[in-house]
Design a protein around this ligand. Structure first.
Ligand code: HEM
Length: 480
């Protein structure tokens, strides 16, 4: 009997070894880049989510860049596997730019892929359907957050929002800056998108979103008790709330207010993919794209400013000069004043350069294609690590040191080639102008009307998204 048992164990071991070998050496036509696929299913996910304790490139990427460049002719490009998916990682900006330029032909966003089958019209290819939905999403975002809206209506509203919130924080004990900014930015963006009224709403939606962000990259184990399960529940709750708001407006037109959601409702007539199930997903996606990024960048700005008093002094000089030039010093910030903020733009660029909120941008290969002698197989994910160029010491000396003055000496070609905080190609961020305006206006209101000191905190790590440990606690006081 024990012999039968032994044979069974041996067969299981042989079968498992076979699976592991197959996992580690996937069969494809062509040559895969170097790299390890890690363990079956989890791949190298644990190494990927292990915290990196500085603002430098996440150690997962940095270690592999160093390892593979030694015997790589063209590197650094490597293969790995994360959360159950095989991935090609590119830290080479030339390859990244090439891939950005071939959206829709070589690669596409992987999240759109799963939607494609739902909204393709009869006879329409998947790629065309994705293109149509993508153009719509981009257009509607630019319509509500692009330059024209900023100039026409958003600039004074943003200035008011910042003034009101900073004045409130100045009356309080030190505030955890990431927490208060997240709530402020979420509530403002959600009010512009679907009329969310934070003061009178039972649900604190900003809490839901923050929790979701914290478990965004986790093992996809949808069982109670895991952070992935919590993330899915928060997402469902949020989508339900968005759908309820949509149905309310469809059933009672007096509830309409001319915002982002109302434009989507109007467009339901002409764009067949705008169904009552898809619109909540669209709103959810725009909120997701907008709120965490701005609040993280603003929080980092406080870290950098509190460690660099010379920067604060030069900012104050620039903004005091703007106020002095006005006939009425209390008048509103104008578009022309915003565009004249030379040093402020350097501060914003420097913060964006170092921050790199996501570890990379994800795509899915539509077909097999070659980059510098390697094959990227159809169906594999591709991670474009744009932060690698922004933190390259050959282009940006002491790359993790916050030095806004470095932008004085950088020429346009170097900037174009190496600085991509808002992505590239046809998918470049539709909220880029809005974000830069919020960051600059924040600095304007802050240095002209308030003083601040860091009371405690300031540790930053990459997990691989940026996180702030015990937070950064700031005490504000109003200037007389
Ligand atoms: C500092 C703040 C922000 C940063 C650093 C940022 C960064 C990015 C990046 C890197 C992409 C490209 C993603 C990819 O190629 O996979 C992107 C796309 C996008 N972002 Fe932002 N973003 C910011 C704020 C915002 C805001 C405030 C909004 C909305 C109001 C927004 C809306 C979008 C949209 C709609 C896309 C998709 C564009 C497309 O596919 O055509 N973003 N963002």
């Amino acid at each position: 009997m024990w012999a039968v048992g032994l044979v069974a164990v041996a067969l299981v071991v042989i079968y498992c070894s076979h699976l592991i070998m197959k996992w580690k050496n996937p069969k494809i036509d062509g040559v895969l880049p170097p790299g390890s696929m890690g363990w079956p299913l989890i791949g190298e996910t644990l190494q990927f989510i292990a915290p990196g304790r500085s603002l430098d490139l996440h150690p997962f990427v940095k270690k592999r860049m160093q390892k593979y460049v030694i015997w790589e002719l063209y590197g650094p490009i490597f293969k790995t596997s994360l959360v159950g998916r095989p991935i090609i990682v590119s830290t080479d900006n030339e390859i990244n730019k090439y891939i950005f330029q071939h959206e829709g032909t070589l690669v596409e966003l992987w999240y759109l892929d799963s939607f494609a089958k739902f909204f393709a019209l009869e006879g329409e290819t998947r790629v065309n359907a994705i293109g149509r939905v993508h153009r719509y999403m981009r257009g509607i975002t630019l319509n509500h957050f692009g330059v024209e809206s900023l100039k026409k209506s958003l600039l004074p509203k943003i200035e008011d929002l910042l003034h009101t919130n900073l004045s409130k924080w100045a009356t309080q004990d030190p505030v955890d800056i990431k927490q208060v900014i997240s709530v402020m930015v979420f509530n403002f963006t959600a009010s512009k998108i679907f009329g969310y009224d934070a003061e009178n709403s039972k649900e604190k939606l900003s809490d839901n979103y923050t929790r979701m962000m914290n478990s965004f990259i986790s093992l996809p184990l949808n069982i109670p008790g895991t952070s992935f399960h919590q993330c899915m529940q928060d997402r469902e709750k949020m989508l339900k709330m968005l759908k309820d708001t949509l149905m309310e407006r469809l059933n009672d037109p007096s509830k309409r207010r001319g915002d982002f959601l109302d434009q989507a409702i109007d467009d339901m007539e002409t764009e067949k993919f705008l169904t009552v199930d898809f619109i909540p997903q669209l709103l959810f996606g725009i909120l997701f794209a907008s709120f965490e990024s701005i609040s993280t960048i603003l929080t980092l700005t406080f870290k950098f400013l509190s460690e660099n008093t010379r920067v604060v002094e030069e900012l104050a000089a620039e903004h005091d000069a703007i106020v002095r030039k006005r006939e009425n010093p209390d008048s509103r910030l104008t578009w022309e004043e915003y565009k004249s903020m030379t040093f402020t733009q350097m501060v914003v660029n420097e913060t964006l350069r170092i921050s790199n909120i996501p570890p990379g941008l994800f795509r899915k290969a539509l077909k097999d294609f070659q980059v510098k002698g390697y094959t990227v197989p159809a169906g594999w994910a591709v991670m474009l690590v744009t932060p690698a160029a922004q933190l390259n010491p050959e282009t940006f000396k002491d790359p993790v040191t916050f030095n806004p003055w470095r932008w004085k000496d950088l020429d346009q070609v170097t900037i174009y080639k190496n600085f991509m905080p808002f992505g590239g190609g046809t998918r470049q961020c539709a909220g880029a102008e809005y974000s830069k305006l919020v960051l600059s206006t924040f600095l304007h209101v802050l240095v002209t009307r308030f003083r601040f000191t860091k009371v405690k905190g300031g540790d930053v790590s990459r997990t691989p998204f940026i996180s702030f440990g015990d937070g950064i606690h700031i005490k504000f006081t109003a200037k007389n």
